[in-house]
Each structure stands twice: as structure tokens, then as C-alpha cells.
Design a protein around this ligand. Structure first.
Ligand SMILES: [Zn+2]
Length: 206
């Protein structure tokens, strides 16, 4: 892309690094910013910078948070003994949007995938085991993708939890439940949480 300004070109290149943004869209966004008043653009930059600098990850569940402990873990009206295990923060947002789940979460930060070099040690697994041991968690719901990696992760976690006094369940997987959690529509996702199954039933059907 030939632009008569290196400043513009640099900005376009930065926008084009974002997922789903090609060079043309990047240019459109940059030119849009150029039309704004300077303070507005400064605020845009500051909000992004502040978000990245100040964001915290909850000490308990690893969800994004403005404080050391997130507002879900800190809530007295939520069932802290019911913990839904998910791969990523996006899954927390997807489930929260259903407004049907009143428990807490545990964000693994990924999924066991030897091909990508991701083993159990790179995930937030030991904090989950500790949490179950120390906080009297009564039920752990596995809400990870129905893929080989997801199943490997479920199997690994179930072995880690098997000697602890905790019920382990998985979300129900209907036909409509095609892929990752965030793509499931809210109704399907809410239903699959409500109709969760004991883990043994899930593993038996494999
Ligand atoms: Zn938390």
C-alpha cells in the first residue's frame, strides 16, 4: 500500500495486525481517526494503553479483572461451590451472556495440545485442584470444546480430581452444539449447562 505519509502507513500496519482486519479496512479506520478531533483520538489511544497496562487476572479463577479477585469470585450471591471450567476468557463472556449460570469459573488459559506444545503445566490446572481442595467446591463442570484436545483435557482433569470429594460433570453436547462455546447460541449454551451429565456418562460414550 503506497501512502504519502509514513505516519499513516505505520498506523495502518498496526491496525492490520488485528484479527480480521485487512490493509483496506485498516486504512479506512485510520482515515476515520484522522477526521476526529485530536483529544478524541488521544482518548482512544489512552483507553487501549490503560486497559493493557492495568488489567489484572483474578488470583482465584484467572478471569480478567480490575482487582486482584474478579467480581464473580467476590460475589456472595453466586454459588462459589459450583465451578465451571473453561478454556478462555471468551468462554466466560459467552456463558455470562446467557444469564443462566450462577456459579463461578475457572479459566484454564488454553487446552492440552501436544501438537502446539501445550502441556498441562502451561495451564491453570494446579490452581483448580487447590481450589477444589481448599474451598469445598462441590461440583466442577467441564465446559471445554468437544474436540480431541478438549477430551484429552477433560480426561487429564478428571484424573487429577478423582480422589477429591467433588462431583465432576460435563456440559451436554446437543446436535446444534457444533464448535467452540463462544459460537454456540445463548439458548443452546444455557441448555447444555442445565442438562449437564456426570463425567462417567460422557467418557463411556467415547
Ligand atoms: Zn475470579
Amino acid at each position: 500500500m503506497i501512502v504519502s505519509s509514513a505516519l499513516i502507513e505505520n498506523a495502518v500496519n498496526e491496525f492490520a495486525k488485528l484479527p480480521g482486519i485487512g490493509k483496506k479496512t485498516a486504512l479506512r479506520l485510520v482515515l476515520h481517526l484522522l477526521k476526529q478531533e485530536t483529544p478524541q483520538v488521544e482518548q482512544f489511544g489512552e483507553v487501549i494503553t490503560r486497559m493493557r497496562r492495568q488489567i489484572k487476572f483474578c488470583k482465584q479463577c484467572h478471569n480478567v479483572s480490575d482487582d486482584d479477585v474478579c467480581n464473580i469470585c467476590a460475589s456472595h450471591t453466586r454459588n462459589q461451590k459450583l465451578v465451571c471450567v473453561v478454556e478462555s476468557i471468551r468462554d466466560v463472556i459467552a456463558i455470562e451472556n446467557t444469564q443462566q449460570f450462577n456459579g463461578a469459573y475457572h479459566v484454564l488459559g488454553g487446552i492440552i495440545s501436544p501438537i502446539d506444545g501445550i502441556g498441562p503445566d502451561q495451564l491453570n490446572i494446579h490452581t483448580l485442584v487447590e481450589r477444589v481442595q481448599q474451598h469445598g467446591v462441590e461440583e466442577v463442570i467441564m465446559a471445554v470444546s468437544p474436540t480431541i484436545e478438549g477430551d484429552t483435557t477433560i480426561y487429564y482433569l478428571s484424573k487429577k480430581l478423582k480422589d477429591l470429594p467433588v462431583k465432576v460433570t460435563t456440559i451436554a453436547r446437543g446436535i446444534a452444539f457444533g464448535g467452540e462455546l463462544e459460537y454456540a447460541d445463548e439458548m443452546t449454551l444455557a441448555r447444555s449447562l442445565t442438562n449437564r451429565l456426570p463425567l462417567e456418562n460422557y467418557l463411556q460414550n467415547k
